[in-house]
Ligand binder design. Sequence first.
Ligand code: TXA
Ligand code: MG
Length: 342
Amino acid sequence: MKTEILNDRNPEDIKRAAALLADGKLVAFPTETVYGLGANALDGEAVKRIFIAKGRPQDNPLIVHISNVDDAKKYAYTGKLFKKISEKFMPGPITVIMPKQKNIPDEVTAGLDSVGIRVPLSKTARKLIDCAGIPIAAPSANLSGKPSPTKATHVIDDLNGKVEAILCGDDCLVGVESTVVKITDENSIVICRPGGITYEMLKSICDNVTVDPAVLSKFDGKPVSPGMKYRHYAPNAEVNIVIGSENKIIEFLSDKLDFGIICYDEDKKLLTYKNSFSLGKHENSYEQAAKLFDLLRHFDCIKDVKKIYARIPEKQGVGLAVYNRLLKAAGFNVIDLGQNCF
Ligand code: TXA
Ligand code: MG
C-alpha cells in the first residue's frame, strides 16, 4: 500500500487526513503523549484493520479519542467522578475507562463492556478529530511490542506501507502514553497504566487512588487493563533494570561485554562507557519520559549491543510511568546490587 506522508503544519493535509478517517481508512497522527494510529471508532471494519496493521493481539482494547469532553457521554456512561477528573485534567494525557454506550462496536473494546475515553491536549489531534467529525479509536502507532513512537520518523519506520496516511508533526511532548484510570465506584480510581497525569495529581481530587498490581510487578492474574500483560516497549537487546550505586554497577559490568547503558546526567563515570546514554537529570522525570522511547529505539540501530542495563529511575510523579515502561521493556527483570545511592 502507498502511504501518504502528510504534514500537520499544512491545513489542507489535516483536512485530507480527516477525510481519509471519515472514509474508513487508517491514519497515524501526533498527540502530546505518543503518535496514535487512528480509525473511525464507530466503524468496526475500519477498527479491525488497526489490529492487522500493528500485529496487535485481538483481546487488547483501543482508546476512543474525542476533541470535546462534552462528547464523552455519547460513548460512555459518565458520572460525578469523571466530571471531576475531566474538569481538572482534560484535555490532557489521561484516559478514563467507563461503561460503554451501545454505539461503540466490540472491535474497539475487544468485547469488554467498558470503553476508554481520552481528550488529547495536542492541537493537531483535536483539529483532526473535529475536522473528521467522528470519534477516533487509536492505539499507539508502533508495531505491536515495539517502543511507542514519539517522533514522526518512528511511525514511518514502523507503518510505512501498512496504513493509508501518516500525519507528521512535532515530537511528542510527554513521551509516554496517557495515564489509564478506571473508575471503580464513584469514590475510587484505579491507575491501570501510569502516565503524564500522576498518582499525586489524582490524589488531589480523590482520596481513594490505587495502583493496579500489574503496573509494578509481573502479574499472573487478570489485570484491569488487558494491555498490561503484554511484553512491551522492547528493543531487540535484552533489557535489565539495575539497582545499586554507580560504583557497584561499574563492578558488576567489569566482566561483561556487548552491553549498552541507560543512566542519568549525574552518572559521570558510567557515561564514559561506549553505548552509554543519559535520560536526563535523575530528578527530572519529565525529561526522562520524553526521551525514553527514542532511546530504546536507538539501541536497535547499534549492532554490538546484546544487553541493556538501565539504572533504576525515580518512582515519583511521571517517574512511575518511566519505571513502569522500563520494567515492561525488561520483562520485569531487576538486578539488585544493593542500596541505590545517588
Ligand atoms: O497516550 C495514549 O494513550 C496513546 C495515544 C495514541 O492516545 N494511546 C495508547 O493506546 O497508548 P494503546 O492502545 O497503545 O494503549 C491503550 C491501553 C491498553 O493497555 C489497553 O489495554 C487499555 O488502554 N484499555 C483500553 N480500553 C480499555 C478498557 N475498556 N478496559 C481496560 N483497559 C483498556
Ligand atoms: Mg501501545
